[in-house]
Write a protein that binds this ligand. Structure first.
Ligand SMILES: NC(=O)C1=CN([C@@H]2O[C@H](COP(=O)(O)OP(=O)(O)OC[C@H]3O[C@@H](n4cnc5c(N)ncnc54)[C@H](O)[C@@H]3O)[C@@H](O)[C@H]2O)C=CC1
Ligand SMILES: O=C(O)[C@H]1O[C@H](OP(=O)(O)OP(=O)(O)OC[C@H]2O[C@@H](n3ccc(=O)[nH]c3=O)[C@H](O)[C@@H]2O)[C@H](O)[C@@H](O)[C@@H]1O
Length: 447
């Protein structure tokens, strides 16, 4: 099929590339000329494992092209995917300005029947608005379908080529049949439903995952007070198939471009129909507080932070991405600077993006390596669980630091590693010493 993707952010770019990989003719459009030029020059504007290889391959095969000419790209398409951003407005609601603009652009470019698919995350009822905008501006026939996207940054290619499910929200049987056929090479797990249910499935899924994270973070906070180990608790809970083991990793809370934005938006969606989503409001509040546990632990260990040198490992909101949107590091570093600390920060990939958005850039020392960031520090805080940090020799690390204080915001180090290196070690929801650990590992049943 001929497919056009409008918006070459994570969703438009990765989906477009993956649909070309399974044999479709794909055109990716963006109004940002800089991105299009990069893509046409063989560069990839985002860091995403495996993406560049697929782009090079499919461009070479003539199945994938990049342009800022929207009209021509719509002309040649059977299906037009909308994948532009839906950022938060100051009140938490989704900003639909880009969506509405693209709906107008598509309408004015139409030259025959088109299926318009919304992949962006949009509030319930938005696809009806898109339909209304398009029908006002064209007499060509069309259908509007909601196919929400569930990929994760860092594993976006794998998630797109091997999705858990595809949700197709359509009021048109013709469009639904076409889209089932298009997605069939990816999975058999395809659910066709009404448009509004599809829109809600996306928000409900993200809100549920965010709830799991805040739930386990609160359990972690209690574990710290009662002497239990949250990693064991999560593992023990996860063996129950009804609970499942994923998204129960305690830490400093979720960040990224989606969970924070989509939880706020769903609270607003509910509020607009006079429903107070109390549970989700608490999820958001717990998440915001969780990142400041790092500051509390630092103060517990060092006292006043004024003049103390604090190393930061990890700026991205999670590993394997250069995305720093809503990253916990933004708030944590701001709080450290406010407390008068000297901050030395390092991330393997996300330094440049972080510096672009971080206010107070000039007061942070940007380190060239993990060890540079740790050198002469009074404490080191691990905020993103990059593999590079897990593999560091802790005995070497201890030697270059001023004081052996390590705050592990993602529970990446084992107790054996820590006990050997004799750090003053704080993690999230784990007791300091674990004499039973080796015994436990040796008898633990592998599920
Ligand atoms: N980033 C992620 O991992 C996921 C994002 N989503 C949702 O997908 C949507 C897109 O997210 P991202 O890809 O992260 O967005 P993004 O903000 O990174 O990229 C959007 C792109 O659309 C382009 N654009 C905006 N208006 C345009 C127009 N009129 N014509 C052509 N191009 C235009 C922008 O220049 C930008 O390159 C959002 O609704 C998001 O919530 C859903 C699942 C995963
Ligand atoms: O709508 C979206 O944009 C996407 O949002 C998330 O994907 P993403 O934000 O890329 O990353 P996740 O892997 O979900 O992680 C989100 C945040 O939660 C944190 N997290 C995740 C899992 C966990 O157990 N604990 C935890 O703290 C991560 O560190 C990260 O900060 C969802 O997982 C995707 O399904 C969805 O498509």
């Amino acid at each position: 099929m001929n497919l056009t993707f409008i918006g070459t952010g994570y969703v438009g770019l990765v989906s477009g590339v993956c649909f070309s990989e399974i044999g479709n003719q794909v055109t990716c459009v963006d109004k940002d000329l800089g991105k299009i030029e990069m893509l046409n020059n063989g560069e990839v504007p985002i860091y995403e494992p495996g993406l560049k290889e697929l782009i090079d391959k499919n461009k070479g095969l003539g199945r994938l092209r990049f342009t800022n000419e929207l009209t021509e790209a719509v002309h040649r398409a059977d299906v037009v995917f909308i994948a532009v951003g839906t950022p938060s407005l100051p009140n938490g609601e989704a900003n639909l300005e880009f969506i509405e603009q693209v709906a107008q652009d598509i309408a004015l470019a139409m030259n025959g029947y088109k299926v318009v698919v919304t992949k962006s995350t949009v509030p319930v009822g938005t696809n009806d608005k898109i339909k209304a905008i398009i029908s006002q501006l064209t007499s060509h026939p069309f259908d509007v379908v909601s196919i929400p996207e569930f990929l994760r940054e860092g594993s976006a290619v794998k998630d797109t080529l091997h999705p858990d499910r595809i949700i197709i929200g359509s009021d048109s049987e013709q469009a639904a049949r076409m889209l089932v056929e298009l997605h069939h090479p990816l999975t058999d797990q395809i659910m066709v439903t009404e448009v509004r249910s599809a829109e809600m499935i996306k928000y409900a899924s993200n809100a549920f995952l965010a709830t799991k994270i805040s739930f386990i973070n609160e359990i972690a906070n209690i574990c710290e007070k009662v002497g239990a180990d949250v990693t064991h608790v999560a593992q023990g809970m996860g063996y129950d198939k009804r609970i499942g083991s994923s998204f129960l990793q305690a830490g400093i809370g979720y960040g990224g471009s989606c969970f924070p934005k989509d939880t706020h938006a769903l609270i607003q969606i509910a509020g607009n129909v006079d429903y107070e989503f109390k549970l989700l409001k608490s999820v958001v509040e717990v998440n915001q507080g969780q990142r400041f546990n790092v500051i509390a632990k630092l103060k517990h260990s060092l006292g006043d932070l004024k003049g103390k040198v604090i190393g930061i490992w990890g700026l991205a909101f999670k590993p394997d991405t250069d995305d720093v949107r809503e990253a916990p590091a933004l708030d944590i570093i701001s709080a450290l600077l406010e407390a008068g600390a000297v901050v030395k920060a390092y991330d393997p990939i996300a330094m440049e993006n972080f510096r672009k958005v971080f206010e107070g850039d000039e007061t942070v020392e940007w380190a060239g390596s993990a060890m540079d960031a740790a050198e002469n520090c009074d404490a080191l805080c691990l905020l993103t669980d990059w593999a590079e940090f897990k593999n560091v020799q802790l005995s070497e690390l201890r030697q270059i630091m001023n004081q052996p204080v390590l705050i592990d915001g993602r529970n990446v180090f084992t107790k054996e590693q820590i006990n050997q290196a004799e750090f003053q070690y704080y993690s999230i929801g784990r007791p300091q010493v674990g004499s039973l650990d080796q015994f436990r590992e040796s008898i633990l049943l592998n599920p």
